[in-house]
Design a protein around this ligand. Structure first.
Ligand SMILES: Nc1ncnc2c1ncn2[C@@H]1O[C@H](COP(=O)(O)OP(=O)(O)O)[C@@H](O)[C@H]1O
Ligand SMILES: [Mg+2]
Length: 380
């Protein structure tokens, strides 16, 4: 079982987005071959992989054939159906295992798992009927957020419940899908830790990283985090605990809330590299993507050390509204790196790329990356 999957082997990636793209870049640098499976054609991952297979995730025969052709399967997209993971497991090693995916795919399962293991989570209640919605409002109170249990990302599938909100109308807006009601947290900040755990149980995690969101989408990440040292230590310890509780192999990001009254709560977990870890590509001795490869292949984990304070700014499709951004302006900043994901259509809110800036302090890195992003918009 603890056989090393050595360079030259073939890694299969379920999912075709930018996380798979940056993973594939890291894997190819280390001499691995990469196959990817996704429903779409010419995906960000497919553009880098040796082989791109186009099939829906529920085409189990296609998933089996994909798994037979590779030495190990991983994923970059956590909504791969459980049946597809099981089909892949018939023919290849799959890491992380299906259990972590199962837990992370469903907000109620996730929160129940975390609370059951003693990790602090936001007060929540499940909503499957009108009666449960009323009971949940009594328990959780207002203000609150109603979130669909599955397939949410970038704030999609969420409704704010203020003091006057008609909660039934809000649930109607979510097509009355199974949901979770969470109390609205008064946030001091949001932080994340990118946990890594190898086949032998060794851990080497990145962070904590400070994260700022706009319209529920990650906007800026900064490392190292400026949170209270006690909170930082708690976040690292909680990450170790979650990695062990899931017997996890690979990369797992934990998004945390830090409340104004100084408590640390787990918001959610993602069993894969994470947008807040993109700065590790330029700023750490090992990137989160190389770490994912090392972890799943049974190789020694790399050092997650931060070489310099860094900040990352997402580039969303909105930037294209007045035409192609002025890439040369951002590239004129000597310590700024540009990453683009090869996506053809720039829809509003779509993650098209990111910028990373390195500087002597986290504050300077943040200012630099914001200035570089602003420079993309300037005309004439
Ligand atoms: N209970 C909450 N209290 C306060 N802010 C929240 C809460 N839940 C979500 N948010 C805000 O919305 C963002 C996205 O929510 P999240 O649950 O992480 O969903 P997604 O799966 O879309 O990332 C969070 O990072 C945070 O900024
Ligand atoms: Mg989130």
């Amino acid at each position: 079982m603890s056989r090393v999957i050595a360079p030259g082997s073939i890694v299969g990636v379920l999912g075709g987005g930018q996380l798979g793209r940056m993973f594939a870049m890291s894997a190819r640098r280390l001499g691995y071959r990469v196959h990817t499976l996704a429903p779409e054609h010419d995906t960000p991952t497919g553009q880098i992989a040796d082989v791109e297979v186009n099939a829906p995730y529920d085409d189990l025969d296609a998933v089996r054939a994909f798994a037979r052709a590779v030495d190990i399967v991983t994923f970059e997209f956590e909504n791969v159906p459980a049946a597809a993971v099981a089909a892949a497991e018939e023919h290849a090693i799959v890491r992380p295992n299906g259990r972590a995916l199962h837990v992370a795919q469903h907000r109620i399962r996730e929160k129940t798992f975390l609370a059951g293991h003693g990790f602090p989570v936001v007060p929540f209640a499940s909503v499957r009927t009108e009666a449960e919605l009323a009971a949940a409002l009594d328990r959780v109170g207002r203000p609150a957020i109603l979130k669909t249990t599955a397939f949410g990302y970038d704030g999609k599938g969420q409704m704010a419940i203020g003091p006057e909100t008609d909660a039934i109308a809000a649930w109607d807006a979510l097509q009355r899908q199974e949901a979770v009601l969470e109390s609205f947290v008064d946030l001091e900040r949001e932080i994340s830790v990118i946990g890594a755990r190898g086949v032998d149980g060794t851990r080497a995690s990145f962070g904590p990283i400070d994260n700022a969101h706009r319209h529920h989408i990650l906007d800026i990440s900064v490392a190292p985090s400026g949170a209270d040292p006690e909170i930082l230590a708690q976040a690292l310890a909680a990450t170790d605990g979650v990695l062990d509780a899931l017997d996890f192999i690979g990369i797992l990001c934990i998004e945390f809330f830090v409340t104004r009254d100084g408590r640390l709560l787990i918001n959610e977990i993602a069993p894969r590299p994470h947008n807040s870890g993109h700065l590790t590509f330029d700023a750490c001795r090992t990137s989160q993507f190389e770490q994912q490869l090392r972890a799943i292949c049974g190789l020694p984990l790399g050092s997650p050390d931060l070489l310099q304070p860094a900040a990352m700014a997402n580039l969303l499709g909105d930037l294209w509204q007045d035409g192609e951004p002025r890439w040369e302006a951002a590239l004129a900043f000597p310590s700024v790196k540009l990453h683009l994901y090869g996506k053809r259509s720039a829809r509003a809110g779509r993650k098209m790329g990111h910028l990373t800036a390195l500087a002597p302090t986290a504050t300077e890195a943040r200012t630099l990356v914001v200035d570089a992003r602003e420079s993309l918009k300037k005309r004439g």
